[in-house]
Design a protein around this ligand. Structure first.
Ligand code: FBP
Length: 550
């Protein structure tokens, strides 16, 4: 049998849910909503789904007799722990509405909808995936669902399967597309509702009504366990500086959460780098300064956390990356020319085709990093920051800086480095109790929104620092989270990304402590996720959320 003892026990875990979801559910309509910005433009673009009211669920008296419904689900974008529980929650929810309800899963992300590739998710099949990590139940993908022909292909299969609704489980880009799809179907009276669910380990899909995206809790717990193990090793051997890059394509929520949990010596926060307009040289100076000061106390070791997206927040790198993205834009003449060049000629060729300032920065980078910056962008046009070894770039630059400092006797230590990248290690971990409960509740919430005929809503479960039975479930119109942003040169309606707020409680707490953590060794070793045991150990959520809710 290829199943572990823990998995067997975990399969029996019954997720905790808000009390409003236990029996009959009453929908209470709240205030009408407005988009976070650009109200006029968003209203014009979403005439059918703009301004809808917030929805809060309460315990109802009598369960209404509802007809069976057919629902399909899509997993979109990067994996995040708990996706399987969202699907279990939807399944249990629609079966409670009517035992003849059916759930389908489109395979491989949005592509499955367009290509009509799907499976029916039966109870027996779903049972094997309850409380497990990964998205392997139906797979995921990053195809952008944004063109009319794709929506029409989706409608064809929705009609064939007699679908009432499509649930899109994704991050800000995927939920933006879900919103556009809901408007398109509503406008044509297509009879297919679209509901979103907030997913991403990056933690950047959040706002007043969406307190957290799922997966962030588990992923950061996994990274913090690993960081803690490395901190202990560093403190035992006392001979290495560990440079650890952490996932989080844009926002630094993961790095900040791990800093709050582990108390490492250095943590870069991309949003602060951008705010202070710190150059690469400023960052290297800051890091080398801490290494040198620790060395004065005989501590030639330490741990530095680096958010993977930081490279795009350093002003001169941001300009360079934008110029490279234009130069190497998919399908452009210059991209073709670049791809035909011999690898050894590429760096000089690129330097000749960008501005003089950017060429200077580009040529000052180690060649490995320069090459990584020219790699293909993802389907959303983003640089694939997970492929850029920023930890090595910074480590090597800090070393050069320390050598200079040595000459002027400002540094007297030894500098040995180890490099790590934690990202994929956490994305498919078995969900923590928090994520198992939260995801199941989100899925169940989505099923209630579907059965009540709602479209263009995102499932929302709030009050997340309270025990699960006090969580508040409901729905938030996706248009409420939108603003207009420039994407690929055009203004588009998109969900506003939540970056780390420098005046928010989590960053402020971190900023008040980081000096102490830098020079003295105050490491915390959180240990592995616990699934069984006292609630204070097993059910606690993130430090970020706790500080935000204080
Ligand atoms: P989502 O925003 O789709 O959830 O993905 C986030 C993420 O995990 C980032 O942290 C990381 O940069 C990226 O995905 C990696 O993408 P890929 O899985 O395509 O390598």
């Amino acid at each position: 049998m290829n199943i572990s003892a823990l998995q067997l026990e975990r399969a029996k875990y019954q997720p905790k849910v808000p009390k409003s979801l236990v029996g009959a559910v009453k929908l209470v309509l709240g205030e009408k909503t407005e988009s976070v910005a650009n109200q006029k433009e968003i209203k014009e673009l979403f005439p059918n789904t703009y301004g809808m009211p917030l929805i809060k669920f309460e315990e109802g008296d009598v369960r209404k007799n509802r007809p069976a419904i057919n629902v399909a689900v899509i997993l979109s974008g990067g994996q995040a722990p708990g996706g399987h529980n969202v699907i279990s929650g939807i399944y249990d929810g629609i079966k409670k509405i009517h035992p003849d309800s059916r759930l389908y899963g489109f395979l491989g992300g949005p592509e499955g909808l367009i290509e009509h590739k799907y499976i029916e998710l039966t109870g027996e099949f779903i049972d094997e995936y309850r409380n497990t990590g990964g998205f392997d139940i139906i797979g995921s993908g990053r195809t952008k669902l944004e063109e009319e022909w794709q929506f029409n292909k989706g409608l064809e299969i929705a009609k064939d399967l007699d679908l009432t609704a499509l649930v899109v489980i994704g991050g800000d880009d995927s939920n933006t597309n879900a919103c556009v799809l809901s408007e398109y179907y509503a406008d044509r009276n297509a009879g297919v509702q679209v509901i979103g669910c907030p997913k991403t380990i990056d933690g950047d899909l959040k706002n007043e009504m969406i307190e957290a995206s799922f997966g962030f809790d588990t992923a950061t717990k996994v990274y913090s366990e690993l960081i803690g193990n490395i901190q202990r090793d560093a403190n035992s051997a006392k001979k290495y500086w560990h440079f650890i890059k952490l996932m989080g394509r844009s926002a630094s929520h993961i790095a900040l959460e791990c800093a709050l949990k582990n108390q490492p010596n250095i943590t870069l926060i991309s949003e602060e780098v951008a705010y202070k307009k710190q150059t690469l040289a400023d960052i290297v100076d800051y890091m080398a300064g801490i290494v040198a000061k620790r060395a004065e106390n005989g501590d030639n070791f330490g741990v530095a956390l680096i958010p993977e997206g930081v490279i795009e927040f350093i002003p001169e790198m941001k300009i360079l990356i934008a110029e490279l993205s234009d130069l190497l834009a998919e399908g452009s003449i210059t991209e073709k020319e670049f791809k035909h060049l011999r690898k050894s000629h590429r760096i000089t060729w690129v330097a000749e085709h960008i501005s003089a300032e950017s060429a200077k920065v580009f040529l000052s980078l180690p060649s490995g990093i320069a090459n990584q910056l020219t790699l293909d962008r993802d389907p959303h046009g983003n640089v694939q920051v997970s492929l850029i070894e920023t930890e090595k770039l910074l480590g090597e630059m800090v070393k050069i800086q320390l050598e200079k400092m040595k000459k002027s006797e400002k540094y007297i230590g030894k500098f040995g480095t180890q490099y790590h990248f934690f990202g994929y290690e956490g994305r498919c971990a078995a969900p923590s109790n928090f994520d198992a409960d939260y995801c199941y509740s989100l899925g169940y919430t989505a099923s209630v929104l579907v059965s009540d005929g709602k479209t263009g809503y995102m499932a929302s479960v709030r009050n997340l620092t309270a025990p699960a039975d006090e969580w508040i479930a409901g729905g938030v119109p996706i248009t409420m989270m939108m603003n207009m942003e420039k994407r690929n040169g055009h203004l588009k309606p998109v969900i506003q990304k939540a970056l780390v707020e420098l005046d928010g409680a989590p960053f402020k707490y971190f900023a008040s402590k980081r000096g102490e953590w830098a020079y003295t060794t105050k490491f915390v070793y959180p240990g592995p996720i616990q699934y069984f045991g006292p609630s204070e150990v097993c059910d606690q959520t993130t430090e970020t959320l706790k500080l935000e809710k204080q």
